[in-house]
Design a protein around this ligand. Structure first.
Ligand SMILES: Cc1ncc(C[n+]2csc(CCOP(=O)(O)OP(=O)(O)O)c2C)c(N)n1
Ligand SMILES: [Mg+2]
Length: 628
C-alpha cells in the first residue's frame, strides 16, 4: 500500500480538497475553504496545515459563531451543494460554535466544524481552558456539540481520520440527514504524523441523490389529489434546495392548485404568479391563511411544518383535511399523519405532473383563489405606500417597500430575527429562487451579517440586501470587519427602533406591557429600565468598523441612500429610524406562546383567558391514511 507521511491536520486538509459533489451531471468541489480563528488549540495543527495549503482558502473571522453562520449562509445560498469547514481553538473558541451548529442542524444545512480539543495525551492536564470533571477524563466542552450535530466524533489517534472522514462526508452530502458535523480534534493529535494511505487523498465525487417516489406511495398521493376539491400546496425549503421551482410551476399550472410558502420555501414560485398565495401560517397572508383554513388536501413539499407554518396547529381547520407530504427526509414526510412520499421534491413533482392526468381544481375554487390573490397584492401595495408620516419617520413596511423597489430581478434579501422575518414573509415579493434568504429555523439574532457574507460568497453576481434591527446589530456587528477584509459588498439596512419591537409587541399582547424590551437607561428615580432612550450612534459604529455608513431620516432619504449603496463597491450600512406605532397586522392566524396561569397583574390574567380560548383551535393531525 502506498502511503504518505503527514500530520493529522495536513491529512485532513488534503482530504477536504479532494471532495466533490455531483447533481444532475454537474460536478464541483464541496468545500470552498476554511473559516475560523486560531488559538493554541489549532494554530500549530490546523493552522500549520492551512499555511502549507494556500490553494485551500482560509478566511479569518471575528467570532467563531459568525464563522459557522457564514458557512451556513453559504451552504443555504448554494442549495447545500457547497460549504465551508470551520476551525476553532479549544474551550471558548469551540463553544462559540455551538449556536452556529444548532442553527445549521435545525435548518438542515451542511457545515463541518473542527473544534480544537484538549490533549489526548492527558499528562499535562488540566490545560488552559480545559473543563475538568472529577468523574471522568473523557468529557469536555466539545461534548456539548453532540445534540446539535448530525455526526460527532473525536479523533484520538491520527489514523481515526481514515474512518471518520467518509462518515462526515456521507452526512454532509445527504439530502435528508445533513446538518452540522463535528470532528473534535485534540491539540496534540492534530500535529502527530502518520503514514496515511494514498487512496485517502484521491478525488472523490459524492452523488447528491434525487430519490424517486415509490410507486404505491405515488398512487395514493395521486388518488388524494384527484379527489380534492380545495387542495393547497405548502412549499417549503426543500423546493428550493432541490431546485424544483420550474417543476412546481408546471405542476400547478396543469392542475390549478394554489401555492403557499413557508419562510424557507419563499420564492419557490414568483410572487406575481397567479397561483401564488404567498406566506402561510402565523406570519401568513390573508390569501394563504383563508385557503389553509378550509383546504381539504394540503400538499406539503419539503416542509418541516414548524409552528409558524402550521400556526401552532391551527392553520388547517377543515375537519376532513388530508395531507400528502413530499420530502426527502422520511422524518418530515410522516409528519401530520400524511400520505408520505419520501422523495426528492423535483423528482416527485415530475412524476406527479404525469400521474395526476387531467385533474383540475373546481372553477369556483380557482376563482376564490384568484380574488384572494388580487386583494392581497393590493394590501401589500397599501403597506408599501402608507405615507404614514409625510416626510418623517417611515413605517417598517415602507422601508421594505423601498428596499423591494431598489432591488433588482436577481438580488437577494436576507434576514433572520426580530420583527423583520414576519413582515418580510408577508410583504417581500420574491422574483427569483433564492432571492429570499431567511434564517427562520433558529431565527438567530446575529446571523444576518455573517450569513450575508456567506450568501455573497456563494454568488457574487447577486446584490445582497440585509435587513436587520438595532438589537440584532448590537449582538454581532463585528463581521463588518470581515466583509471589509474580504472585499465583500453588502447593503445593510439597520432599523433603529430603540429595542425589540418584536418581543416588545409580543410582551404587550400578553399583558406584560413591553417590560424589559426597549433600550432605555435605568432611571435614577424609578430604578427601572424606563429612563431616557439610549442614544447609540449606529452610523459612527458602522463607519468605525470600516463600512460606508449613511443615515436616512425619511423615506426619500432612504431611497437615495439605497441608490448610493448600489453604486458603492463595498459594504454599506444605512441606518433608518422607523415609526414604532405602525406595524404590519396579522392575518387571521396565531402563534402559541404560553401565558402565565396565575398572576397579580390584571392584564396578564386577561391575556391568559384569551390564550385558553385561542388554544381550543389547536388540532392533532394524526391519520390521513386511515381516512382513505
Ligand atoms: C440570539 C437570540 N437571542 C434572543 C432572541 C429572541 N428575540 C427574537 S427577536 C428579538 C428582538 C430583536 O430586536 P431587533 O433586532 O431590534 O428587531 P425588532 O424586534 O426591533 O424588529 C429577540 C430578543 C433571538 N431570536 N436570538
Ligand atoms: Mg429593534
Amino acid at each position: 500500500m502506498k502511503t504518505r507521511r503527514m500530520t493529522m491536520a495536513q491529512a485532513l486538509i488534503q482530504f477536504l480538497k479532494q471532495q466533490y459533489v455531483e447533481r444532475d451531471g454537474r460536478e464541483h468541489a464541496f468545500f470552498a475553504g476554511m473559516l475560523g480563528i486560531f488559538g493554541h488549540g489549532n494554530v500549530a495543527g490546523i493552522g500549520q496545515a492551512l499555511q502549507q495549503n494556500p490553494d485551500f482558502p482560509y478566511i479569518l473571522v471575528r467570532n467563531e459563531q459568525a464563522g459557522v453562520h457564514m458557512a451556513a449562509g453559504f451552504a443555504k445560498a448554494s442549495n447545500r451543494l457547497r460549504t465551508f469547514a470551520c476551525t476553532s481553538s479549544i474551550g471558548p473558541g469551540a463553544t462559540n460554535m455551538i449556536t452556529g451548529a444548532a442553527l445549521a442542524t435545525i435548518n438542515r444545512l451542511p457545515v463541518l466544524l473542527l473544534p480544537g480539543d484538549i490533549f489526548a495525551r492527558r499528562n499535562v492536564a488540566p490545560v488552559l481552558q480545559q473543563l475538568e470533571s472529577p468523574g471522568t477524563q473523557d468529557t469536555g466542552v466539545n461534548d456539548c456539540f453532540k445534540p446539535v450535530s448530525r455526526y460527532w466524533d473525536r479523533i484520538y489517534r491520527p489514523e481515526q481520520l481514515i474512518t471518520a472522514l467518509p462518515e462526515a462526508m456521507r452526512v454532509l452530502t445527504s439530502p435528508s440527514d445533513c446538518g452540522a458535523v463535528t470532528l473534535a480534534l485534540p491539540q496534540d493529535v492534530q500535529t502527530e504524523a502518520y503514514d496515511y494511505p494514498e487512496e485517502l487523498f484521491e478525488k472523490r465525487v459524492w452523488l447528491i441523490r434525487r430519490g424517486q417516489p415509490d410507486r404505491v406511495s405515488l398512487e395514493r398521493a395521486v388518488a388524494a389529489i384527484r379527489g380534492a376539491q380545495r387542495p393547497l400546496i405548502v412549499a417549503g425549503g426543500g423546493v428550493l434546495m432541490s431546485e424544483a421551482s420550474a417543476t412546481l410551476r408546471d405542476f400547478v399550472e396543469n392542475t390549478g392548485i394554489p401555492v403557499s410558502e413557508t419562510q424557507a420555501g419563499k420564492g419557490s414560485l414568483r410572487w406575481d404568479h397567479p397561483l401564488q398565495m404567498g406566506a402561510i401560517g402565523a406570519t401568513g397572508t390573508l390569501a394563504a391563511n383563508r385557503l389553509a383554513k378550509t383546504a381539504d388536501l394540503v400538499i406539503g413539499i419539503g416542509t418541516r411544518y414548524s409552528d409558524f407554518t402550521s400556526a401552532s396547529m391551527t392553520a388547517f381547520q377543515n375537519p376532513a383535511v388530508k395531507f400528502v407530504n413530499i420530502n426527502t427526509a422520511e422524518f418530515d414526510a410522516y409528519k401530520v399523519g400524511a400520505i408520505p412520499v419520501v422523495a426528492d421534491a423535483r423528482a416527485a413533482l415530475g412524476s406527479l405532473v404525469e400521474a395526476v392526468g387531467d385533474y383540475l381544481v373546481p372553477r369556483s375554487y380557482a376563482d376564490e383563489a384568484e380574488k384572494l390573490k388580487r386583494e392581497w397584492d393590493a394590501e401589500v401595495d397599501r403597506l408599501f405606500h402608507l405615507n404614514s408620516n409625510g416626510g418623517g419617520k417611515p413605517a417598517q413596511s415602507e422601508v421594505i417597500g423601498a428596499m423591494w423597489e431598489a432591488a433588482g430581478e436577481r438580488d437577494v434579501l436576507l434576514s433572520a430575527a426580530g420583527s423583520h422575518p414576519g413582515d418580510l414573509h408577508k410583504l417581500w415579493r420574491t422574483r427569483t429562487p433564492n432571492g429570499y434568504h431567511m434564517e427562520y429555523g433558529y431565527s438567530c439574532m446575529g446571523y444576518e451579517i455573517p450569513g450575508a457574507i456567506g450568501a455573497k460568497l456563494a454568488d457574487p453576481s447577486r446584490e445582497v440586501f440585509v435587513f436587520l434591527g438595532d438589537g440584532t446589530y448590537l449582538m454581532m456587528p463585528s463581521e463588518i470587519v470581515t466583509a471589509v477584509q474580504e472585499h465583500i459588498k453588502l447593503i445593510i439596512v439597520l432599523v433603529d427602533n430603540k429595542g425589540f419591537a418584536s418581543i416588545g409587541g409580543l410582551s404587550r399582547s400578553l399583558g406584560m406591557g413591553g417590560f424589559g424590551t426597549s433600550y432605555r437607561e435605568r432611571s435614577h428615580t424609578s430604578g427601572k429600565l424606563d429612563g431616557d432612550f439610549l442614544q447609540v450612534d449606529y452610523v459612527a459604529n458602522a463607519r468605525s468598523l470600516g463600512a460606508h455608513a449613511i443615515e436616512a431620516g425619511s423615506l426619500p432619504e432612504l431611497k437615495a441612500a439605497l441608490e448610493e449603496a448600489k453604486k458603492m463597491d463595498r459594504i454599506t450600512v444605512i441606518v433608518v429610524e422607523t415609526e414604532p406605532g405602525v406595524g404590519v397586522p396579522g392575518y387571521e392566524s396565531w402563534w402559541d406562546v404560553a401565558v402565565a396561569e396565575v398572576s397579580q397583574i390584571e392584564a396578564v390574567r386577561q391575556a391568559r383567558a384569551h390564550y385558553i380560548q385561542a388554544r381550543k383551535k389547536e388540532r392533532h393531525h394524526l391519520a390521513t391514511v386511515k381516512k382513505g
